[in-house]
Design a protein around this ligand. Structure first.
Ligand SMILES: *Cc1c(COP(=O)(O)O)cnc(C)c1O
Length: 380
């Protein structure tokens, strides 16, 4: 057992290694047959008809926002309790961001508060499935429909999660996944946009390759068989075939990965419940989270730092998710003020993410629980 147990890490097996080796020996290292195969597998796993694979979760957000028509002068409403990429990708497009506070129990956007943040220029609501728990898309979807907005999901945490049996990927107008090593499956770096909207999917697909199309139906001219046209200002956001083959192989393990995460969460739920100084995660009725993170909250925020340091001394590489996005100096310079979302700030002040990843063994899990209990006794 490694001395230091991180909060998250990848699970790679020999099948994954073989899948990547096969591509290395094939004709295509990028933009070959592994890409559509991976896209079909992602679409199936997420219950969405269309998937566009790209080279990071951030690229997926950027492509999704572009494809949803977000541009200069538009505004998105999103949660501050996320990785900065959720907001950054809107700024890339010249749009602005309005942060709306989260539900105190789940850390997900509170639909009741979102409606107050809608303005004339609001174009989209972007929910984050914090820690792998689906946001309340039924409530958010009703608001989006009333106001003519697009409902988008930053589903970087939640591939494999469901809400009343419906998979993440089928809950919003479009969803963005990340395949960074700590995420539900990995391609090293990678991401995907999924949607049921064929037009949105084809705009995201063009955006991945400089805004260029070769589709005869889309072209304004046809000079010959070599011809292609650039219609939008896109990027090189292509995933390699090496990564796509790894992703397809990883997806075969998704159910097992998610089930193991659920077992670990259940063990924490039952074996940490008596620690009076901690609040354990809450699951919304109907949601079945993928448990990307297991976030405990210290009741007394003054004790969080000591608890965090004690956990590290005991060899647990715990982390804090997340510093509210608007608290970063870059966002402060844009004019965002502390106090914008008090519930998210309170969660930030009290949160710690415990180790949770599929390869954590039963022995390691028992050991982690012991160390967490020791740290709680010592510092809370
Ligand atoms: C990981 C993550 C991203 C960014 O994904 P990358 O693949 O690292 O670009 C975006 N949003 C959230 C909530 C994430 O956790």
């Amino acid at each position: 057992m490694p001395d230091r147990i991180p909060y998250g890490r990848q699970s790679i097996d020999e099948e994954d290694v073989a899948a990547v080796s096969d591509v290395l020996r094939s004709d295509f290292l990028t933009t070959g047959p592994a890409i559509p195969a991976f896209e079909r597998a992602i679409a199936t796993a997420s219950g969405a008809p269309y998937a566009v694979a790209v080279n990071s979760g951030t690229a997926a957000l950027h492509a999704m926002y572009f494809a949803a028509g977000i541009g200069p002068g538009d505004e998105i409403i999103t949660s501050p309790l996320t990785f900065a990429a959720t907001a950054n990708a809107a700024l890339y497009l010249g749009a602005s961001v309005r942060f709306s506070d989260v539900d105190a129990s789940t850390g997900n956007l509170d639909p009741a508060l979102v409606e107050h943040q809608i303005r004339d220029r609001t174009k989209a609501i972007v929910a984050i499935d914090y820690a792998g728990q689906p946001a309340d898309y039924d409530a958010l979807g009703a608001i989006a429909e009333r106001h003519g907005l697009v409902l988008l999901a930053d589903a970087a945490h939640s591939l494999g999660a469901t809400d009343r049996g419906r998979p993440v990927g089928a809950l919003a107008d479009a969803s963005a996944f990340s395949f960074h090593p700590v995420k539900p499956i990995t391609t090293g770096e990678g991401g995907a946009v999924v949607t049921a909207d064929a037009e949105l999917a084809s705009r995201a697909r063009r955006f991945r390759t400089h805004g260029i199309t070769r589709e005869p139906d889309d072209m304004e001219r046809d000079d010959g068989p070599w011809f292609y046209e650039q219609h939008d200002l896109g990027f090189n956001y292509r995933l390699t075939d090496l990564q796509a083959a790894l992703g397809t192989s990883q997806l075969r393990h998704l159910d097992r990965f998610v089930n193991r995460r659920r077992e670990i969460a259940a063990a924490y739920d039952s074996q940490l419940a008596d620690l009076a100084g901690l609040e354990l995660p809450t699951v919304r009725h109907g949601a079945d989270p993928g448990w990307h993170l297991y976030v405990v909250m210290v009741r007394d925020e003054m004790k969080r730092r000591r608890f965090f340091e004690r956990l590290h001394e005991l060899g647990l590489g715990v982390q804090v998710h997340y510093i509210p996005v608007y608290a970063h100096p870059y966002y402060r310079r844009l004019g965002f003020e502390p106090g914008t979302c008090p519930i998210a700030e309170d969660r930030y002040a009290r949160s710690i993410s415990l180790p949770i990843f599929p390869r954590l063994s039963d022995d390691e899990l028992a050991d982690v629980i012991e160390r967490v209990r020791t740290a709680a006794t010592d510092s809370l």
